[in-house]
Design a protein around this ligand. Sequence first.
Ligand SMILES: *Cc1c(COP(=O)(O)O)cnc(C)c1O
Length: 372
Amino acid sequence: MALGGATLHIDLDAIVANWRAIGAAVRPATAGAVIKADAYGLGARPVSDALAAAGCRSFFVAMLCEALPLARSLSDQATIYVLNGLLPGEEAECAAAGVVPVLNSIDQLDRWADLARTQRRRLPAILQVDSGMARLGLSPDEVASLAASSKGLDGLDLHFVISHFACADEPTHPANAAQRDRFERLAAMFPNVPRCLDNSGGALASSARHFDLARAGLALYGGAPIAERPSPMRPVVRLAAPIIQLRRLRTGGGVGYGLTFTARRETLLATIPVGYADGWPRHLSGRGCAYIGPHRVPIAGRISMDSLTLDVTDVPSDLLGPGASVELIGAHQTIEDVARDAGTISYEILTRLGSRYARVYNGAQTVPACLE
Ligand SMILES: *Cc1c(COP(=O)(O)O)cnc(C)c1O
């Protein structure tokens, strides 16, 4: 039971199918899975279990705190990489859990190599080089001096050299080719180390070099990796909320905080239990919509913390009533539609999906986070 809240349906089979499609797109490279931020809000454990069972062997999180809870169940069959690398003092715990850091700076590299020396063993790592995004990674000068030094990588077993695109969602942006070229030049200084560059957008860009491994996030979860283009992936998420209450508003009446919506006609309103505390952006106040059956129902007035109000005047009455279902994400409205109306990107809509939703994975209910 959702017990008063909305229900988030997550199709794990679609995630696996999307992972296979990305693998096919980058062949002969393979596809890894980015499961940071709780698998973009969809549940890192169920998502990684499903992908590992399907054969995925490389998983990426952003932070060590995300890796540790997954390490025990995943690390027998797959490797978990920490994209942000390690802050000072986190090295021993990371190594003990069998988790592999991305080394983004000389400082991170030195600390990981020190631990390898102390523990008298080789430690696995990824090396990130900055090919032009200027966020994380060694600068080209640092890469060159590291590659030239005889000791720089002592004690380290490099699984991959990686970098990250700044403009992968715009396939014709000239920065992509420039970054690809620079990455190839920098990675060549580490012969025989596998290379990994693509995120979802890079993986799905045609005529690109895909190197050895792709790191796909958004596309796994059904999102559109290329801006302004509909998603070619199988949809993964459906969000449905029950109507709590219906009420009539006379012409001229207002609704919600600030009374920002004014009825221009006799209006029928439905209130549903989804608010900004559930990740439905407050920027959708007076913008955006939901669907009841095939009927578009505009959001009326401001989004509250725990609810929002819809103008359902034009919906046939047999589809209305307490408990009747309203679709927020699904066949009629994609995460990209919601993002566009809210002035953001689908990544943000997904990663903010609320903890009060009941979650249904492949049709099987799990307990909402607020009842755990
Ligand atoms: C988040 C992230 C990804 C995944 O990006 P998508 O666009 O969601 O596929 C890949 N690599 C790095 C370094 C990231 O931070």
